[in-house]
Write a protein that binds this ligand. Sequence first.
Ligand code: AMP
Length: 120
Amino acid sequence: MTYDKNNIFAKILRGEIPCKKIYENKFVLSFHDISPQKKIHALIIPKGEYIDLDDFIKNATEKEILEFFRGLTHVAKLLKVSSIDGGYRSLANIGKNGGQEVPHLHFHIFGGEKIGKMVS
Ligand code: AMP
């Protein structure tokens, strides 16, 4: 599978469509999910063109991988949902069976309330 440069998150990264930005640095962009499933529902994406977690771990540099997960915990802190503030759930849907809709790697960050069951 090749990366689709016209996926919605690629368009957000290029500034072609807007997002409610939470945080950005050289490696990552984080923004609020357009259709929040919980009180707080954020997304974080790498700036590089990676389809999913498998693609990312296979092809990204160690620096990109480190900065991605560092960025994720930084966003949790900014949103005041990190472990000292009650905690959160972070997950990535991967591929068809994982329910991935947008083919650019993203982790969800859910918080601000009790998240409930692991899967449904
Ligand atoms: P997934 O099913 O893991 O691929 O999740 C894709 C997520 O992207 C869903 O939670 C959508 O609500 C969210 N989403 C789709 N388009 C946008 C957008 N333009 N801005 C913010 N979030 C979006």
